[in-house]
Ligand binder design. Structure first.
Ligand SMILES: [Zn+2]
Length: 377
């Protein structure tokens, strides 16, 4: 992840801090400084830093349980709005997702209990008189914040942990895809309700509501895509009729190809049949404006296009779409020659066709017989 600083590694997981988090600390310092001078400023920053240490422990709650189920977590990043643990995959086995999701909030509950025990141990002791009052205040505030984190994260809507817990529970009865749809609908309904409540005086709630609403629909379409991609290979979905450009071609040649075809992306293929890059319509127009029609396509293309073998599972291709953030993938044969293209658009078309096929609707039993790491035993 760019713009983040790796501060350490725990059990194979890199801990990263996004640079906006440092800006956030400076901002907190400044806000408290204005209110109560430098003592208050450092106290404010200390509180936020401790709070984020708790957020990090929450993420490691997820990570350690995920590890237990064989899911790796290469990194976790702290942002001003919280922590994000990057898990390799989301287990489809409901019980595993349930335990991974609930582990985070449970960590916060545990921290809150420990902090309250610590406070309970000192409140009735005579030693309390000697204890720095601000320190007690800080611990109490931190305990409260941890309880808030646990409750907030258990809101039953994606991307909150509560949404995943809800899906896992629903999946026991309805199967993964249907459970995701149900959980997403419940989450969106809740987001609308939150938004309406927020309109009467809490703008922060409106922002959270919009965020939850969008995240819920994203999760639902992703799950549907995975369901449909299952069992198919890349060759089933790829485009095989398309025009390519040679490495010597100019932007002018590309413009002509753009006009005579309906394609929007043109693969640049060398003499050996290997994919050198892809020129999109937008990049073409940009190059035309900045460098003129004689510019070589090699300069204008995106050279960083991932390829997948034609025999690979469509599911793995869907995964690389979401990981790489590209709208197009090259498909190669065993010799590494380009034999097809896969775009988000034609994947969408395949989804529509498959969903329209009678009997294509996912049934709960579809999962119980699925072999592989996430098949329910
Ligand atoms: Zn969490």
């Amino acid at each position: 992840m760019p713009w983040s600083l790796t501060i350490g590694k725990v059990a194979g997981t890199n801990i990263r801090i996004h640079f906006t988090f440092f800006l956030f600390l400076i901002w907190i310092w400044a806000v408290y400084y204005k209110q109560g001078g430098s003592a208050a400023a450092w106290q404010g920053v200390t509180f936020v830093a401790l709070l984020f240490a708790c957020v990090l422990l929450h993420e490691f709650g997820h990570i350690f349980v995920a590890k237990h189920f064989g899911v790796k977590a290469p990194d976790v990043t702290l942002w001003p709005f919280g922590g994000i643990a990057n898990l390799d995959q989301i287990p489809e086995k409901p019980s595993e997702e349930f335990f991974i999701a609930i582990a985070g909030p449970l960590v916060n509950v545990a921290i809150a209990i420990l902090l309250m025990l610590y406070l309970g141990g000192t409140t009735d002791a005579a030693a309390l008189m000697q204890v720095d009052e601000s320190k007690v205040g800080l611990v109490a505030k931190l305990a409260g914040a941890n309880l808030f984190l646990a409750i907030f994260n258990m809101i039953p809507a994606f991307p909150m942990d509560g949404g995943r817990v809800l899906r896992a529970l629903l999946a026991l009865k309805f199967g993964f895809a249907r459970a995701t749809q149900l959980a997403a609908s419940i989450g969106q309904g809740l987001a609308v309700a939150l938004g309406v409540i927020g309109l009467f005086g809490n703008p922060m709630l409106v922002i959270i509501a919009i965020f939850v609403f969008l995240a819920a629909s994203g999760e639902a379409s992703h799950a549907q895509l995975r369901q449909i991609a299952r069992g198919a290979i890349v060759a089933d979905a790829m485009i095989t009729k398309f025009e390519t450009l040679g490495p010597q071609a100019s932007v002018q040649d590309a413009m002509e190809a753009l006009i005579r075809t309906t394609q929007k992306e043109f693969p640049i293929v060398d003499g050996a049949g290997r994919l050198r890059g892809v020129l999109t319509r937008d990049a073409m127009i940009r190059a035309l404006k900045n460098q003129g029609p004689e510019a070589p396509v090699l300069d204008a293309m995106d050279a960083d296009i991932p390829t997948v073998p034609a025999r690979a599972s469509l599911e793995s291709a869907v995964k690389s779409f979401s990981e790489q953030g590209k709208s197009v993938l090259g498909v190669t044969d065993t010799a590494g020659r380009l034999v097809g293209m896969l775009t988000v658009e034609n994947l969408g078309e395949m989804m529509m066709l498959r969903a329209a096929k009678p009997g294509a609707r996912p049934r709960p039993s579809d999962f119980s017989g699925t072999p592989g790491p996430w098949g329910r035993a």
